[in-house]
Design a protein. Structure first.
Length: 154
């Protein structure tokens, strides 16, 4: 919602079209679809806005005021990682962060951190890679579960 009247929005669009030297919308009785130029410039505008958001987030991060989305991948039980406590602490320190947590195999978490789909992740094993830093968080205790019949005889 823009909280502007229709004539005000139309005036802003007209000024933008004049400044850019391109017609952005096709005005029809059924609406205002984007022209070819409008579609091309929309893609560029979205990239520009994303770059501006990244710049602001990086600047805030330098001041310790990180903001924006943070995508984390986990390859273990969230309770075993005490993820609730960790995320609560993180959000308390950086309330302007929006967290997205997803569950994957360890190898997939690493791959997604490498290609930028995840910002960071919790994995079960370390995989040598000069582009990534592995930090031990907690020892992992694994247990084997099986039928009672598997017990050794007394």
């Amino acid at each position: 919602m823009l909280l502007l009247s229709q004539p005000a929005v139309s005036g802003h669009i007209k000024l933008l079209e004049e400044e850019l030297g391109a017609v952005l919308f096709e005005r029809t009785a059924k609406g205002m679809p984007l022209t070819r130029a409008g579609l091309i410039l929309l893609e560029e505008a979205e990239r520009t806005l994303d770059a501006a958001k990244t710049l602001v987030n990086r600047a805030r991060g330098l001041q310790g005021d990180a903001a924006g989305p943070l995508a984390l991948g986990i390859a273990s039980d969230p309770a075993a990682l005490r993820l609730g406590t960790l995320l609560s602490t993180l959000l308390a320190a950086h309330p302007r962060r929006r967290l997205r947590v997803s569950h994957h195999l360890s190898a997939d978490v690493v791959d997604q951190v490498q290609d930028g789909r995840l910002d960071a992740g919790f994995v079960l094993e370390e995989r040598p890679d000069r582009a990534l830093r592995h930090l031990p968080v907690a020892p992992v205790r694994l247990r084997v579960v099986g039928p009672v019949a598997w017990q050794d005889p007394p």
